[in-house]
Design a protein around this ligand. Structure first.
Ligand code: NAG
Ligand code: NAG
Ligand code: NAG
Ligand code: NAG
Length: 579
C-alpha cells in the first residue's frame, strides 16, 4: 500500500488475475450500461464514499474516518485526505481502494534557531506594523486543493514538570515551535479548502498523545476524541480569524471584527459610504442590532475593591461605551455594596469563588482563580475582562474586534491578565477548571495559571494597559497622553488620601508612585455623584495604615518629601466602620 501518491486503482482490479479479465470486463459492461445511464443522470461521479463503502470492501477504517463519514450527511465522491507530518504515510490506515485519496502535505520545517522567545518577545517596536516575526513556513497556498479532511500527527514534547510550594508536581505550559507550525499548517489547509466553497465542510484530525492547541482548535468544534485521536469540525470563520493573527506576540494583533464587529461599527458610525456588501447587510439587519459584548470585572473575598470597581464603571461610561458592564461578585460583597455597584453602572451576577490550587492559606491571592468564571458568561459573544484597579481614559470599544486571547504583554513571553479579550464558552471553562491542579501558576494567581494554559496569545498595544510602574527614581512620572487606561499597581488610590500618592511613603513602593496617575483617578472620583463617592470611605484600620507609613517615611527622611504634605482629604474626618 502506497499512500504517498494518490491511489488510482481499486482493490478489486489489483487482485484480479489476467485470465479472468475479459469475463469480468464483459460483466462490468453488461451491468454498468443501464447503471451508467441512470447514474449519469443523477450522479455525476459513480464512486461515492460513505460508511457502507467499508462494509462492501470489508476493510476496517480508522475510527476517526468512520466518525467523519457518519457525521457527514451526503456521501463523498472521493474523499481527499491531506496528511501533515506523517513520517510514515502507510500507517495512516486509509486503505479504501480508490475511494480515499491521501495527499501528502509537504512544507519546509521551521528553522531550528527559531525559539518561543523569538515568537513571543518581551518588547516590540509597536510603530512597525509588520513586527519582527520569524518566518514559520506554511504549505504553499493553492497547492493542496479540494481536501475534505486534514490529518496531522502532532508532536507532544515532554512537558516540563516542577514541584510547587506545596510539594505537588505541576506542569509548565507547552511552548513548542514545531507543534505550533503543524497546528497552524493544519488550520491554514482547513481554511483554504473550506472557506471559499459554499457549504463545504473540512475536518481536522489530530493524532496526538496530548491535547491539540485549543487556542486554535476550539473545544466547541471537537466532534470526537478517543485515546490519541481528536476530530474537529472547525468553524471556518473563527479559524480564519485565528490564522489571520501574527504567529506570535512578535507583532501587534490585527483587528478582525468579522461580520458582527464590522456591522456594529458601521451602524454606529452611521455613514453611507459603506462597502456594497455591508450596505446589503445593513438593510437586512435591524438597527437595534448589537453584538452581545460586555466589559467584565470580578470582585471576591473582600470589599477593598468596591470603590475601585465603581470608579472603573464610571470611567468607562464617561467614554460613551455601547457595551454592557458586568460584575461578578462572590458572597463577601454585601447587599449595600451591590446597590452602589449597580448605581455605578454594573449589572451584577453572583458567583462562588474559586480557590487557587497552589496558594498558601491566607495568601493575598488565595481565591484569584475566581476570575475563570468570566468564561461562563455564555450569553455574551465577546468580553473584555478588566481588573478593578484600572480606570479608562479614552474609549476602548474598538478593542472588542480582537479575538480570544488578546492582551497586552507583561514580561518575558507572558501576557498581563489585567485586560483580556475573551470568548465565553462552557467547554473552555470546564477545560480551565479541569487543568488547574495539573498546571503550575508561576505566581500562584490567575495570571500565572492562564499563561501556562494559554501559551499562544495575541499582542495588544501597551497603550491599552498602562501599568503604573517606573523603573528609575525621580522623573516626572506622567501618564502619556495616548494611553487608554491606567492600571494602578502598588497601593490603590482609594486606599490612600487624595493629597498624594502614598506609594511615595515606602522606598520599596516608589516604583509605583505617580502624582499624575493618582490625580487622574481622583478626577474620576470628583465626577462621580455623591452617593457613589460614599462607597470610597476609608476604614479606621486603613486610615491607621496610611498614617503609620507616612510617619515612617518622615522618620526615614525620604528625599521625595511627600510625607511633608499636610493631609486635607475630607475622607479622613468621615472614617467608616466598614464599607
Ligand atoms: C536562522 O537560520 C537561518 C538558516 O536556517 C538563517 O538564515 C537565519 O539568519 C538564522 N537566524 C538567526 C536569528 O540566527
Ligand atoms: C459622550 O457623549 C456626550 C453627549 O453626547 C458628549 O457630550 C461627550 O463629549 C461624549 N464623550 C466622549 C468622550 O466622547
Ligand atoms: C489576586 O487578586 C488580588 C485581589 O483581587 C489582586 O490584588 C492580586 O493582584 C491578584 N494576584 C495575582 C497574582 O493575580
Ligand atoms: C533629612 O534630609 C535633608 C536633606 O535631604 C537634610 O537636610 C536633613 O538634615 C535630614 N533630616 C534628618 C532628621 O536626618
Amino acid at each position: 500500500m502506497a499512500f504517498t501518491k494518490p491511489i488510482q486503482s481499486t482493490i478489486s482490479c489489483n487482485s484480479t488475475s489476467s485470465k479472468q479479465r475479459p469475463l469480468i470486463l464483459f460483466l462490468i459492461i453488461l451491468i454498468s450500461f443501464p447503471l451508467l445511464f441512470l447514474s449519469s443522470a443523477f450522479f455525476p461521479n459513480p464512486q461515492i464514499v460513505d460508511v457502507s463503502t467499508y462494509r462492501r470492501k470489508k476493510v476496517k477504517p480508522p475510527k476517526w474516518l468512520r466518525v467523519i463519514l457518519e457525521a457527514h450527511l451526503t456521501p463523498y465522491e472521493t474523499l481527499r485526505v491531506g496528511l501533515v507530518n506523517f513520517k510514515d504515510p502507510k500507517r495512516s490506515h486509509l486503505n479504501l481502494g480508490g475511494a480515499v485519496e491521501p495527499v501528502t502535505i509537504d512544507f519546509e520545517p521551521v528553522s531550528s534557531n527559531i525559539t518561543w522567545e523569538k515568537l513571543f518577545p518581551e518588547w516590540i517596536d509597536e510603530t512597525n506594523p509588520e513586527g519582527w516575526c520569524p518566518e514559520i513556513p506554511m504549505p504553499q497556498a493553492g497547492k493542496f486543493s479540494r481536501l475534505d479532511v486534514v490529518v496531522a500527527q502532532l508532536p507532544c514534547p515532554e512537558e516540563k514538570v516542577e514541584i510547587d510550594i506545596n510539594g505537588n508536581r505541576r506542569k509548565a505550559g507547552m511552548r513548542d515551535v514545531d507543534r505550533l507550525q503543524i497546528s497552524l499548517a493544519t488550520a491554514h489547509l482547513v481554511v483554504e479548502n473550506g472557506v471559499d466553497s459554499q457549504d463545504k465542510e473540512v475536518y481536522a484530525v489530530f493524532t496526538a498523545k496530548c491535547e491539540p492547541m485549543f487556542e486554535l482548535f476550539r473545544c466547541e468544534d471537537l466532534m470526537w476524541h478517543k485515546g490519541d485521536y481528536w476530530v474537529y469540525k472547525p468553524n471556518l470563520e473563527k479559524l480564519r480569524e485565528m490564522i489571520s493573527m501574527p504567529v506570535g506576540s512578535c507583532a501587534l494583533a490585527h483587528p478582525y471584527g468579522g461580520i458582527s464587529g464590522t456591522i456594529s461599527r458601521q451602524l454606529q458610525a452611521s455613514t453611507n459610504e459603506l462597502p456594497q456588501e455591508l450596505q446589503l447587510l445593513r438593510r437586512t439587519t435591524p438597527s437595534t442590532y448589537t453584538p452581545r459584548e460586555a466589559y467584565v470585572t470580578v470582585l471576591h473575598s473582600s470589599e477593598d475593591y468596591v470603590c475601585g470597581a465603581i470608579a472603573l464603571a464610571q470611567s468607562i461610561l464617561q467614554t460613551n461605551t455601547t457595551k454592557d458592564l458586568i460584575l461578578l461578585a462572590d458572597r463577601t460583597i454585601s447587599h449595600h455594596s451591590v446597590l452602589g455597584l449597580q448605581a455605578a453602572g454594573w449589572k451584577i451576577k453572583r458567583i462562588q469563588r474559586i480557590k487557587s490550587p497552589n496558594a498558601k492559606s491566607d495568601a493575598y491571592n488565595k481565591w484569584n482563580y475566581s476570575k475563570l468564571r468570566i468564561w461562563q458568561l455564555i450569553e455574551y459573544n465577546k468580553l473584555m475582562f478588566i481588573d478593578s484597579d484600572f480606570i479608562v481614559l479614552h474609549n476602548i470599544d474598538h478593542f472588542f474586534d480582537y479575538p480570544q486571547l488578546s492582551a497586552a504583554p507583561n514580561d518575558k513571553w507572558l501576557f498581563n491578565s489585567g485586560i483580556m479579550l475573551l470568548q465565553p464558552s462552557k467547554c473552555f471553562f470546564d477545560n480551565l477548571m479541569s487543568k488547574r491542579y495539573a498546571y503550575k501558576s508561576y505566581n500562584g494567581g490567575d495570571q500565572g495559571y492562564l499563561n501556562e494554559v494559554i501559551t499562544w496569545w495575541h499582542r495588544l498595544t501597551l497603550k491599552l494597559n498602562f501599568m503604573k510602574f517606573f523603573d528609575k527614581e525621580g522623573g516626572a512620572r506622567l501618564v502619556p497622553k495616548d494611553r487608554y487606561t491606567v492600571h494602578f499597581l502598588g497601593t490603590k488610590p482609594w486606599l490612600c488620601y487624595r493629597d498624594y500618592d502614598c506609594n511615595w511613603d515606602r522606598q520599596d513602593y516608589h516604583r509605583f508612585a505617580s502624582d499624575d496617575a493618582h490625580g487622574k483617578w481622583w478626577q474620576v472620583y470628583d465626577a462621580m455623584p455623591k452617593e457613589l463617592q460614599n462607597y470610597c470611605g476609608m476604614t479606621i484600620k486603613q486610615d491607621r495604615g496610611v498614617r503609620n507609613r507616612k510617619a515612617r517615611a518622615q522618620n526615614a527622611n525620604l528625599t521625595d518629601g511627600h510625607w511633608k504634605i499636610e493631609l486635607k482629604d475630607p475622607r479622613q474626618f468621615n472614617l467608616v466602620e466598614s464599607l
